[in-house]
Design a protein around this ligand. Structure first.
Ligand code: SD4
Length: 336
């Protein structure tokens, strides 16, 4: 009975929202007219209002990632499926010296990967410093869905992946091996973060039901110390999603992001009412105000529940791909 009442009310609000949209009101205006309660689905954080699917992903490889994500959506996938498919295409690209196979190794010549994902219900999964597994974000999703834990690391993460049917693969390509050997000639311990370094992909997606999800997958900073874990698999640092507010992801020097719990900060600023763009700017400012940034880059990317996005970086050079059902763009983020 109670459920009937709830679903009648939902149907009523849904119809009202549809009417509002026919009359040309923006989703934001419709939400305001219906009261803030309608921004939330009481049970799982999904929107009651019809939303247009939107995806944003970091760097140039965001373009192919978003394309894969939208393919998953068209096959009936959720925002989380969009994230996973987007990650897999980039992780499987052996040519890119970054994510998944082909990623540059640590200073000992070992490729170790970090990844995580989070959905609109606030469920999260993560793997840190995993070796020999090409699709760490898919393993992170398994951690989220098949275990009572959030994070598995190192050998335990690899064993879990193998248990789940992932096939161990040599991730060190000849190209990455050559690059590492060249780096070893000088053997300077200085983990490299270029301003246009593409070590990571952070992906945020909103599906047509208003569900938000996010993912982040990386080989981490090149030539890092063996065992080093960056921000990318740390919930709240490299990624944070609140299904009722918005999602954010980070790229750049993980240590700076972890020290300021960057993605959580961006989402909390959106919760306080900031537009995703202003939220990213504030989070970057927090870094600039608290450390020497002359030698580090950090970029934030955010997407809110209304489908609005924003991005901002410490220095110029950070770009991201924005895809909706009708457009596809590669955009340079503001900086400073
Ligand atoms: C890390 N944040 O491991 C990652 C690296 C990165 O673009 O994003 N590079 O610190």
């Amino acid at each position: 009975m109670g459920n009937d009442k709830k679903s009648n009310r939902r149907e009523f609000l849904g119809n009202l929202a549809a009417l509002g949209s026919v009359l040309g009101f923006s989703p934001f205006a419709i939400n305001r007219m219906l009261g803030s309660e309608t921004l939330k689905n009481e049970s799982d954080g999904a929107s009651l209002l019809t939303t247009k699917a939107t995806m944003v992903s970091t760097w140039n490889h965001g373009v192919i990632a978003n394309e894969a994500g939208f393919k998953a959506l068209k096959k009936g996938g959720s925002a989380l499926d969009m994230i996973e498919e987007a990650a897999r295409i980039v992780e499987a690209d052996a040519d890119g010296l970054s994510v998944g196979i082909g990623g540059l190794p640590d200073r000992d010549g070992v490729v170790t990967l970090d990844a995580c994902c989070m959905d609109h219900k606030g469920r999260a999964g993560s793997v840190g410093c995993i070796e020999d597994i090409m699709h760490p974000l898919s393993v992170a999703r398994k951690v989220m869905e098949e275990t009572p834990h959030v994070m598995l690391v190192g050998e335990g993460a690899k064993m879990f992946a193998i248990d789940q049917g992932f096939i161990p693969t040599n991730l060190l390509t000849e190209k990455a091996l050559n690059a590492w050997q060249k780096w070893k000639e000088k053997n300077e311990y200085n983990p490299v973060i270029n301003r246009e370094n593409h070590d990571t992909i952070g992906i945020l997606a909103l599906d047509n039901e208003g569900r938000l999800s996010g993912g982040c997958t990386t080989s981490g900073v090149s030539y890092k110390m063996h065992g080093r874990v960056g921000d990318s698999p740390i919930i709240g640092a490299g990624l944070f999603v609140d299904g009722n507010v918005g999602a954010a992801t980070a790229t750049g020097l993980g240590e700076a992001v972890m020290r300021t719990v960057g993605s959580f900060l961006v989402v909390e600023l959106m919760r306080g009412g900031l537009h995703p763009q202003a939220a990213c700017e504030q989070a970057v400012k927090r870094i600039i105000d608290s450390m020497d940034v002359s030698n580090l880059q950090v970029g934030y990317l955010a997407l809110d529940k209304q489908g609005r996005h924003g991005a901002h970086a410490v220095h110029e050079g950070f770009n991201y791909a924005l895809t909706t059902e009708t457009s596809d763009k590669l955009i340079f983020a503001s900086n400073g």
